[in-house]
Design a protein around this ligand. Structure first.
Ligand code: ADP
Ligand code: TZD
Ligand code: MG
Length: 575
């Protein structure tokens, strides 16, 4: 009946709408203000119409970067970031980012146009033919296809809800070419739209789980709180601060949770990481998983002393995933932390002060050890000399967003640069994926209006570098610093078997700053910490798109940065 209604020629007076307009109306109804994507058949006109209707449509040079932008927009806003692509190849280019969003628990919707179902399903060779829905299903939290204009409202509502409710993640929405032009009665169309009410409902923890968690915490002599990016995502900043301070427990921020409480907070154990992992007896995880980034909660990094884990997470299946969880607290972080605070009451006894004292002593020792290295004026620059000046620049500009990727460039930046505010540090996330930098920088500028400093390894930058044109085109306040050490980890490798360059070495003395100049931005070549400081300060003050080629000693880095132990040879040796 629906098909017939669509095909019948409409009566003259009847007001009509179509798939294009219904998708736009459904997006606007649900507060979607920004789309990140790449145009082409069958979504070019849709992009134009969305832009004309007041949605900001940012055109990228590659879908993967648009996808990374959408993924991090989801992290920053708690609303699904939208990535829009063409069919098969464009869809596949976006898919890496969709899987990345799912892995990192960021809400995102990948919307791809697709080819004619009848032709695709008979594999008759349509333009950009692919069964995209089937491919997407294994990579994301949910995947939907809309075939009829009157289902657009429901389709988008399902996608939004799936992305943000429970554990957030990536959702695929398949829109076949034919859908866009489908015509229907405008009044019926309007009625078919759905405004999603309470898309991510609060999930309250059970009172018993709260009591159990506090019993375990009370029993601790050396407690530790680990804050993960789920805690940053939850935007329960004040409650988390109150819990940490009321408990008197040292806290360790995971990479993207840095700044949730300032790294300079007296209870921050960031600079005493190995000590607190080894010596703690009770560990409370808040929005962090015991995956490879925490050595799965066992082994040498965690020491020999028995440990009890308290874990706060919205996903019940996360509990006991790697080790036994003594006190699982399942719910959204805002509700769980509020319930804990409430149950702690007015006269909670703080964690033993000798423990906090020991952590502070270790932290001060480590900070003092690093200080002189950060002030070195070596020529060529090493990582510490360069990071010493960037650390001050972020200290002076705590509202700037720091984007960071690479190997040594990532690990050393994370260790050296203190963060002061929540959700200001964006990086490679759970996978350690290279190429997220430019997408993240663009989305951070667009979603927060803040200035962005992107510290990029030269290899990492190569995965997404063409987006400097996008940054210039939209005139975004992004300053990129490429740590140019002529290669992956180091620029000194040689190939002993032939005349090809070594697999990890790049063109020596490359000038990435020229790439920015090609599109009208500012390019600077910096060979000393002083030059670097001057150039970054100028860029952060002016907000003009800038790329600084920071020349780093090719011999300064180490293989795989801080995770060389995960290379197959090292793993074999360990066994
Ligand atoms: P990190 O890498 O920083 O350790 P992970 O990505 O491993 O962090 O862990 C994030 C965790 O946070 C996930 O297990 C996810 O289910 C959880 N999470 C995300 N949002 C919320 C929320 N609002 N409430 C509770 N848990 C959440
Ligand atoms: N491809 C993707 C998508 N992600 C990856 N993590 C890698 C490849 C492997 N890889 C790393 O894990 S780090 C890295 C690669 C290629 C680049 C390191 O070089 P860099 O940083 O120049 O970015 P440093 O400062 O030279 O270590
Ligand atoms: Mg490098």
């Amino acid at each position: 009946m629906a098909e017939a209604a669509l095909k019948t020629a409409p009566e003259k007076e009847e007001e009509l709408t179509d798939g294009f307009n219904l998708i736009i109306d459904a997006m606007k109804l649900n507060g979607i203000q920004t789309i990140y994507g790449v145009p082409g058949i069958p979504i070019t006109d849709f992009g134009r119409m969305a832009q004309a209707a007041g949605i900001r449509v940012l055109s990228f040079r590659h879908e993967q970067n648009a996808g990374y932008a959408a993924a991090i927009a989801g992290f920053l806003t708690r609303r699904p970031g939208i990535c829009l692509t063409v069919s098969a190849p464009g869809f596949l280019n976006g898919l890496t980012a969709l899987a990345h969003a799912t892995t990192n628990c960021f809400p995102m919707i990948l919307i791809s146009g697709s080819s004619e179902r009848e032709i695709v399903d008979l594999q008759q060779g349509d333009y950009e033919e692919m069964d995209q829905l089937a491919v997407a299903k294994t990579m994301c939290k949910a995947a939907y296809r809309v075939l009829h204009a009157q289902d657009i409202g429901i389709g988008l509502a399902r996608a939004i809800r799936a992305a943000v409710s429970g554990r957030p993640g990536g959702v695929y929405l398949d829109l076949p070419a034919k859908l866009f032009g489908q015509v229907m009665d405008a009044t019926a169309g309007k009625k078919s739209l759905v405004k999603v009410i309470d898309a991510a409902p609060a999930q309250l923890p059970s009172p018993a789980s709260i009591a159990r968690a506090l019993d375990v915490l009370k029993s601790a002599r050396k407690p530790l709180i680990i804050l993960g990016k789920g805690a940053a995502y939850a935007q329960a900043d004040d409650a988390i601060k109150a819990l940490v301070e009321k408990s008197g427990v040292p806290f360790l921020p995971m990479s993207m949770a840095k700044g949730l409480l300032p790294d300079t907070h007296p209870q921050c154990a960031g600079a005493a990481r190995s000590t607190v992992l080894k010596d703690s007896d009770v560990v409370m995880m808040i929005g962090a998983r015991l995956n490879w980034l925490l050595s799965h909660g066992k082994g040498r990094a965690w020491g020999d002393a028995p440990k009890k884990f308290i874990q706060i997470d919205i996903e019940p299946r996360e509990m006991d995933s790697n080790v036994e969880i003594a006190a699982p607290v399942v719910g959204d972080i805002g509700s769980c932390v509020a319930a804990l605070l409430d149950a702690m009451g007015g006269n909670w006894t703080k964690a033993p002060s000798d423990w906090m004292g020991a952590v502070t002593a270790k932290r001060e020792e480590n900070v003092a050890k690093m200080a002189p290295r950060l002030m070195n004026n070596n020529n060529p620059m090493d990582y510490h000399g360069a990071l010493g000046v960037l650390r001050t620049i972020i200290k002076e500009r705590p509202d700037a967003v720091l984007v960071n990727e690479g190997a040594n460039t990532l690990d050393l930046t994370r260790g050296v640069i203190d963060m002061y505010k929540p959700r200001k540090r964006l990086d490679v996330g759970t996978w350690g994926v290279m190429g997220v930098g430019m997408g993240q920088a663009i989305a951070a500028a667009v979603e927060t209006g803040s200035k962005v400093l992107a510290i990029e390894g030269d290899s990492a930058f190569g995965f997404c570098g063409m987006e400097v044109e996008t940054i210039c085109r939209y005139n975004l306040p992004v300053c990129i610093v490429v740590f140019n050490n002529d290669g992956i980890y180091r620029g000194t490798d040689t190939n002993k078997a032939g005349s090809d360059p070594a697999t990890t070495a790049f063109v020596k003395g490359a000038r990435y700053d020229k790439m920015m100049e090609a599109f009208g931005g500012t390019g600077v070549n910096a060979t000393t910490p002083d030059e670097l400081k001057r150039a970054v300060n100028a860029a952060m003050d002016s907000g003009k798109p800038t790329l600084i080629n920071a020349v780093i000693d090719p011999a300064a880095g180490s293989e795989s940065g801080r995770i060389g132990n995960l290379n197959p040879q090292s793993r074999l040796k360990k066994k």
